[in-house]
Design a protein around this ligand. Structure first.
Ligand code: GDP
Ligand code: IMO
Ligand code: MG
Length: 434
C-alpha cells in the first residue's frame, strides 16, 4: 500500500505543483486533502502551462485518478470554469472524483471573507478572498453544505432555506457587499451544479483505502504550506485548514498508519503572500531583485510575494510537524550568481537565541535572524545539459548549500529542481515508492 505526500515546507508556493506532477507519473491516485481554490499550483510541460487552483495536479496526466478529498472546500462555479480550462489545455477529467463530504464555498462566503478583512482594519490577514475562512467556519459550526447534499433534493432545499437568510443577516451586520440571490435561485443553481458535477461525487475515503488495499500508489498533494497551518503556522496569519502531515488523515479519510513517505517541498529561499511575520524578509532593492528573478507573483491573486533568505528555523519546524523523509529543493537556479547566500540558523529574541519557531506574533516581530553565510555559485547557460549531467554536474557551491540543508534537517534532498519545467529536475531517488 505505497503512499507518499508532498507538503510545502514554508508559506506556500514552494513549487508543489511541479513536484507533484513530476512524481505523479508513477502514481495511480492524486489526492487534495485540504484547502480550496486559494491554492495556485503551476505545472509547466514544454509550451503548456497549467495553473491549477481547486483541481489536483493529477488531472494533467491521463490515466490518473484525481481526488478532491473531504477536507477541502470547493467553489463549484470556479471548479467548473477550471475544468473547462484544463480540458482546453489538454488535461483530462475522466479520473476526477469529489468527496461527498467536501464542503461547498458559496458567493456569500467570498463576500464575508472581504467583509471580515475590512472589519479587521489594520490587522488584515491578506486572504485570497476566495471565501476559504468563512466556508471552514460553517463546517466547524455544523451548518455547512456538502458536495453530497447536492444529490438529495429535500435535505438540500431544507439546508438552503435555513442558511441563506442566516447569512444575509450576518452580511448586513458586517456591512458586507449584499448578496442578491434568493433561496429559490440558489437552489436552482445548485441543481445545475448537480447536473454538471454530480457524476464525480462519491465516498473518496473508500476509494482511496481500496486503492491502497490493492497496492495502488497514492500521492497526497498538499496545498499552502506548513507555516500557514491553522494550528502550527503564524496564527492568525494563516489559512483555515490543517496543511501539515496530520491533515492528510482527517482530510482524505485515511488512518495514520497508511501514510508512507512525506516529501517536504522546500524553496531555496523564502516567500510569503499576504500579512504576517517573515523573519528573514528582505527589503528595498534586494527584495525587488529576488522577487523579479524568482517571478514571485501569486498564481491566484497576482500579488507580489514578499521575499527573504532561507530560514532553517522555519524548515525545521515544518519537518518536525510533517515528518519529512525526503526534501525536494526547488528554485535553486533563482539563487544563481549571488556572491554570498545567508541562511538563517536561529532567532535572537529579547537577547536570547532560539532554534524553535515561537507561537507569539509579537515575539516573532522582535526576532532577529542569526545567519551563517554560504558562498554563492555561478549560473549556467543551458539547463538541459546540467540536468543531463545529474547532481554531480551542479556547481560545487550549490551542492554545498544543498548538503548544508540536508545535514541541518537530517533529511536527504532527493530531488533538486532548477527550472519551472517538468524536465528541469534532478531526481536522486528513482523509486519514490520503495
Ligand atoms: P505551488 O503553489 O507550491 O505549486 O507553487 P506555485 O506554482 O504557486 O509557484 C511556484 C512557481 O515557481 C511557479 O511559477 C513554478 O512554475 C515555478 N517553479 C517551480 N520550480 C521551479 C524551479 O526549480 N525553478 C524556477 N525558476 N521556477 C520554478
Ligand atoms: P499554494 O497551494 C501562498 C495565504 C494568503 C493569506 C493566508 C490566508 O499555491 O501554495 P486564505 O485565502 O487561505 O484564507 O488566506 O494564506 N495563502 C497562500 N499563500 N500559497 C497558497 O497556496 C496560499 N493559500 C493561501 O495569501 O496570507
Ligand atoms: Mg501557489
Amino acid at each position: 500500500m505505497p503512499s507518499l505526500a508532498i507538503i510545502g515546507a514554508q508559506w506556500g508556493d514552494e513549487g508543489k505543483g511541479k513536484i507533484t506532477d513530476y512524481i505523479d507519473e508513477t502514481a495511480d491516485l492524486i489526492v487534495r486533502f485540504q484547502g480550496g481554490n486559494n491554492a495556485g499550483h503551476t505545472i509547466k510541460v514544454g509550451d503548456k502551462v497549467f495553473k491549477l487552483h481547486g483541481l489536483p495536479s493529477g488531472v494533467v496526466r491521463k490515466g490518473n485518478l484525481a481526488v478532491i478529498g473531504n477536507g477541502t472546500v470547493v467553489n463549484m462555479d470556479e471548479l467548473i470554469e477550471e475544468m473547462d480550462q484544463v480540458v482546453k489545455a489538454g488535461g483530462t477529467l475522466e479520473g476526477l472524483r469529489i468527496s461527498d463530504r467536501a464542503h461547498l464555498i458559496f458567493n456569500y462566503h467570498k463576500k464575508l471573507d472581504g467583509a471580515e478583512e475590512k472589519y479587521r482594519g489594520n490587522k488584515v490577514v491578506g486572504t485570497t478572498k476566495k471565501g476559504i475562512g468563512p466556508a471552514y467556519q460553517d463546517k466547524i459550526a455544523r451548518i455547512g453544505i456538502r458536495a453530497g447534499d447536492l444529490l438529495e433534493d429535500a435535505p438540500l432545499k431544507e439546508k438552503t432555506d435555513f442558511i441563506l437568510p442566516y447569512k444575509k443577516d450576518l452580511m448586513s451586520m458586517l456591512e458586507s457587499e449584499p448578496c442578491g440571490c434568493d433561496c429559490g435561485t440558489l437552489y436552482e443553481k445548485m441543481k445545475g451544479w448537480r447536473d454538471k458535477i454530480g457524476g464525480y461525487i462519491c465516498d473518496t475515503s473508500v476509494l482511496i483505502n481500496e486503492a491502497l488495499d490493492s497496492g495502488k500508489k497514492v500521492l497526497f498533494e498538499g496545498a499552502q504550506g506548513a507555516m500557514l497551518d491553522i494550528d502550527h503556522g503564524t496564527y492568525p496569519y494563516v489559512t483555515s485548514s490543517s496543511t501539515c502531515g496530520g491533515g492528510i488523515c482527517t482530510g482524505a479519510g485515511v488512518a495514520p498508519n497508511r501514510i508512507g513517505k512525506v516529501v517536504g517541498c522546500l524553496k531555496a529561499y523564502t516567500t510569503r503572500v499576504g500579512e504576517g511575520p517573515l523573519v528573514t524578509e528582505l527589503s528595498g532593492e534586494a527584495a525587488d531583485a529576488l522577487q523579479k528573478k524568482g517571478g514571485e507573483f501569486g498564481v491566484t491573486t497576482g500579488r507580489g510575494r514578499r521575499c527573504g533568505w532561507l530560514d532553517l528555523v522555519v524548515a525545521g519546524h515544518a519537518s518536525r510537524l510533517c515528518g519529512f523523509t525526503s526534501l525536494a529543493i526547488t528554485k535553486l537556479d533563482v539563487l544563481n550568481d549571488y556572491e554570498e547566500l545567508p541562511i538563517c540558523m536561529a532567532y535572537r529574541i529579547d537577547g536570547k537565541e532560539t532554534r524553535y519557531f515561537p507561537a507569539s506574533i509579537s515575539r516573532l516581530q522582535r526576532a532577529e535572524p542569526i545567519y551563517i553565510t554560504m558562498k554563492g555559485w555561478k549560473g549556467w547557460d543551458d539547463t538541459e545539459s546540467v540536468v543531463k549531467g545529474g547532481y554531480d554536474a551542479l556547481p560545487k557551491e550549490m551542492r554545498t548549500y544543498v548538503q548544508f540543508i540536508e545535514n541541518n534537517l537530517n533529511v536527504p534532498a532527493d530531488m533538486i529542481s532548477i527550472g519551472p519545467d517538468r524536465k528541469d529536475t534532478i531526481d536522486r531517488k528513482k523509486d519514490w515508492w520503495a
